[in-house]
Design a protein around this ligand. Sequence first.
Ligand SMILES: Nc1ncnc2c1ncn2[C@@H]1O[C@H](COP(=O)(O)OP(=O)(O)OP(=O)(O)O)[C@@H](O)[C@H]1O
Length: 269
Amino acid sequence: MKEPDANSDANPATDGSELIRFDKVTKRFGDNVVLDGLDFSVASGKHVTLIGPSGSGKTTILRLLMTLAKPDEGTIKVNGDYLTHEERNGKLVPAGEKHIREVRKNIGMVFQQFNLFPNMKVLRNITEAPVTVLGMSKDAAEERARELLELVGLTEHVDKYPSQLSGGQQQRVAIARALAMRPQVLLLDEVTSALDPELVAGVLDVLRDIARTTDITMLCVTHEMNFARDISDQVLMFDSGRVLESGPPEKIFGDPEHERTREFLGAVL
Ligand SMILES: Nc1ncnc2c1ncn2[C@@H]1O[C@H](COP(=O)(O)OP(=O)(O)OP(=O)(O)O)[C@@H](O)[C@H]1O
């Protein structure tokens, strides 16, 4: 087990309200302790990047937030509401499906493998969830989708199917689709790692634009260190399921405290 205060300096919530809070979260797969009593938080409007060696638990954190996995111990709060639990009759009990769906509306995620609906055109890929989950009118959802397609530079592809687009274009549709739900936080899981190298820059530029021009909170797992340096307010270096160190990008990339961080950056930069 890590020291109780091992993550105490890892809290990026220096201002703004706290949007995400992990409190002593442990996640195991069999004997493999992937997250080990993890504490960290993300303040509203901040861009926080998780870096660290393969297998250190970064994706697991995003999957827990999407409720694609459940913690074995500890609690997760999103916007002040427990994601993992709910209060019934003054008692904290494991959260039910309805409660989880409500809290999850605050969260959008973009995956490595775009995950678009192959049988729907671009416009419908973006409008589907706002209409069916949020109950938005079709017209309002389409208007919003067209604004988002402009933001991601795909206005002319509105009537195409995903298979008619490049990987980079599909990923930009996936970004628009996540934003269409007006989430408070956007989770980005190595969103360029499945792309051909020449398509990476276009997707990262779109994300840089979103980080610069919107007030959305971002929690990002990436191996693109220049991108992390550009967009992050805070970088968290993970190792073995805990935060080894955290700080602004200038500090983590320029003058890291731990030898392990230096080794990792030496290997990836
Ligand atoms: N569904 C699962 N079943 C069993 N083990 C899993 C599962 N998901 C993740 N793991 C294990 O948990 C550990 C952390 O995985 P995770 O994907 O969170 O790491 P990561 O830091 O995101 O790595 P990478 O940078 O390679 O994506 C790994 O050892 C992985 O094998």
